[in-house]
Design a binder for this molecule. Structure first.
Ligand code: ATP
Ligand code: MG
Length: 326
């Protein structure tokens, strides 16, 4: 039997090249080596307020983007978290073995709660739900971007703690980061990771952005006071542009140096933009095709949920048994 992979994306905002390079492109690459489950984590999305109509639409959009990016639904399950009740059921059981001190150390909680007027408890509990998403399927491998490394460590801690209190129950999962593109930074602020929830108009490149917009956004990207690329002294903005290029082109370090050393920033930005456009255009075409048939996307999500429900039920049953529940 193949080991299981699980990963997810929140159906909020616009999917960007950070999500693509950090997570989805990696899923596409490794999906056939594993039994793969890719989850649209709508229960995570509601940890901050979402307009119901928008959330409903975003779930479908995200499913279509997974397909357009190359997730193979004949092999991999694409499913919506709230369609499988085991996620929230297991989350409660895991909440009861998770010390609050562990959760209060999570840097994402600190960053996301700082932006909220009233912080919902869901934002604090978020990493436990994420642990439940993974442990529910006994996933061995979790391909994510670097920003999720801390949550993955917590997932392992929760699994180990549960196993040591109640006996072997959960597979302890490994984090799998991509070789390039594990942490893409904001184009307007190279000290903050690119995020769907960030507000700046020139912050991110969305996967569905038209070519003109992509060129404009790269053109405005923050660089530094050097006139041209210097690998010894470059700042984080230039580094980020080179990282984006390399993650799409797969060039090695030497090829990157040879190609970009001494290149003026205006030309660098143009080359990065054209590299990104060349990769996104076929994805965008597939997306247009797929969304012509909304019933197809619905059927993929139904099929995905049906496929994984028995796996989820098995773990919920085992966990209840271990804890002495009815
Ligand atoms: P939000 O701001 O709503 O949290 P997000 O951009 O962080 O949005 P998520 O849905 O939280 O997106 O994360 C989906 C996946 O994308 C995760 O695997 C995460 O690690 C990865 N990811 C998110 N941002 C980046 C980034 N800037 N670089 C690389 N990977 C990223
Ligand atoms: Mg995030």
């Amino acid at each position: 039997m193949k080991a299981r992979v699980l990963s997810g994306v929140q159906p909020t905002g616009n999917l960007h090249i950070g999500n693509y390079l950090g997570a989805i492109a990696n899923w596409v690459k490794i999906q056939h080596q594993y039994e793969s489950i890719f989850c649209i984590v709508d229960l995570h999305a509601i940890t901050v307020h979402q307009k119901p109509e928008e959330l409903r639409a975003k779930i479908r959009e995200l499913a279509a983007l997974f397909l357009a990016a190359g997730i193979d639904p004949a092999h991999s399950s694409i499913m919506v978290q709230s369609q499988v009740s085991g996620h929230s059921e297991l989350a409660w059981m895991l909440t009861c073995v998770t010390p609050m001190g562990w959760l209060s150390r999570m840097t994402q909680f600190k960053a996301k709660s700082a932006a909220q007027e009233a912080v919902g408890d869901g934002l604090f509990q978020y990493p436990v739900l994420m642990a439940a998403d993974i442990l529910l399927y006994q996933a061995a491998v979790v391909p994510v971007g670097d920003d999720q490394s801390q949550h993955l460590e917590l997932t392992r801690d929760i699994a180990e703690r549960f196993n040591s209190i109640y006996g072997e129950t959960f597979v302890v999962p490994e984090t799998k980061l991509p070789g390039f593109g594990a942490r893409i930074m904001g184009l307007d602020d190279p000290f903050a990771k690119m995020s769907k929830s960030a507000a700046g108009a020139h912050h991110a490149i969305a996967l569905l952005d038209p070519a003109d917009k992509i060129r404009k956004t790269f053109n405005r990207a923050t660089t530094d006071s050097n006139p041209a690329v210097d690998f010894e002294t470059m700042g984080p903005g230039v580094q980020n542009l080179l990282n984006i290029y390399q993650a799409f082109s797969n060039d090695n370090a030497e090829a990157m140096r040879n190609h970009f050393t001494g290149m003026r920033y205006g030309d660098l930005k143009k080359q990065v933009a054209e590299m990104v456009i060349a990769h996104l255009e076929p994805l965008q075409q597939r997306y247009q095709e797929i969304t012509k048939d909304p019933a197809y996307v619905e059927s993929i999500l139904q099929q995905g949920a049906e496929r994984v429900r028995p796996l989820a039920a098995e773990t919920v049953h085992l966990t209840k048994q271990r804890m002495g529940l009815w």
